[in-house]
Ligand binder design. Structure first.
Ligand SMILES: [Zn+2]
Ligand SMILES: [Zn+2]
Ligand SMILES: [Zn+2]
Length: 288
């Protein structure tokens, strides 16, 4: 369980894996059979200046029930049912892929049964959630809020979250957001998925303008694909060559189970650290 310093605004990393998590379903590779468990990439923003703390999640992953338990101390008890955790104050969604929305069913009547929970997403994704009949029991009990690109959402007068569109595989034409979180002291970019840096003209400017950039590190190299067609994600060495030198701290996340960076003894892991770049880990706390 996470203990955060009171009276501060922080971001907490609650996962560092690609959508499928660890183990990857059905995979018999050394990493997946190691017994290690890894949660899909997720970030919490916590404003500890209020009582109770206010807590927002970015993405609802298939591991959400474990990730909420990590926040038990900051969420505190649900007033009407003290043996339960209070629901978060809102969930921002980056996009419609499994690792980012796969936890939503846990919020419905079969499980957490949230009441009026704000879910904030792009107009297209809000439409997809609202119009798909299968989601209705959950959607009856949430408050869907549409995010407009580049328009900040104000969580507190000095705490905002701004959606930034990025190019990423888009089966339903609903887009993908990265989020820029501006706290009272520091700023952070959360960007778990992108097809390629070159397809996003603002990449250099956006990454150079934050204190912490947490970015897509799904694959290290082509050999992980076992001869399959390249999947659209930048490879880690390319990301390092572009952004290791940004003024802020670069942190890698969204690792596929095949990514050698996950192995602390690997040359890939050492290459990342030698570049002054961090590997995201669960429980990592970043002051805002
Ligand atoms: Zn993803
Ligand atoms: Zn595996
Ligand atoms: Zn995706």
């Amino acid at each position: 369980m996470m203990k955060l310093s009171e009276g501060e605004v922080t971001a907490v990393l609650l996962g560092n894996m690609q959508d499928g998590g660890l183990p990857h379903i059905g995979c018999r590779c050394r990493t997946c059979t190691s017994g290690n468990v890894g949660y899909a990439t997720c970030l919490a923003v916590v404003d500890g200046r209020t009582s109770p703390d206010r807590v927002w999640l970015i993405d609802a992953t298939p591991d959400i029930k474990f990730q909420l338990n990590l926040l038990a101390d900051v969420l505190g008890p649900y007033p009407q049912r003290p043996d339960r955790l209070r629901q978060p104050d809102g969930i921002f969604l980056t996009h419609a892929h499994m690792g980012h929305i796969g936890g939503l069913p846990q919020l419905g009547p079969e499980a957490m049964f949230v009441q009026g929970l704000p879910i904030l997403a792009a107009a297209g994704l809000v439409g997809l959630l609202a119009e798909t009949a299968m989601w209705r029991p959950l959607m009856n009990n949430v408050q869907l809020i549409t995010l407009a690109p580049h328009e900040p959402i104000t969580l507190a007068p000095d705490l905002t979250v701004t959606p930034i569109p990025v190019p990423h595989r888009d089966e339903w034409g609903v887009g993908t957001f990265a989020f820029r979180v501006q706290g009272p002291g520091r700023s952070l970019l959360y960007l778990p998925d992108i097809d390629q840096w070159e397809a996003w003209a603002e990449a250099q400017a956006v990454l150079a303008a934050v204190d912490v950039a947490i970015v897509d590190a799904t694959f290290y190299g082509r050999e992980e694909l076992g001869g399959r067609d390249p999947v659209a994600h930048p490879y880690v060495p390319h990301t390092l060559s572009l952004f290791a030198g940004i003024p802020g701290q670069l942190i890698l996340t969204h690792f596929n189970h095949t990514n050698p960076v996950l192995d602390e003894t690997s040359r890939a892991h050492q290459t990342v650290l030698a570049a002054g770049v961090q590997v995201a880990h669960v429980g990592q706390v970043l002051g805002l």
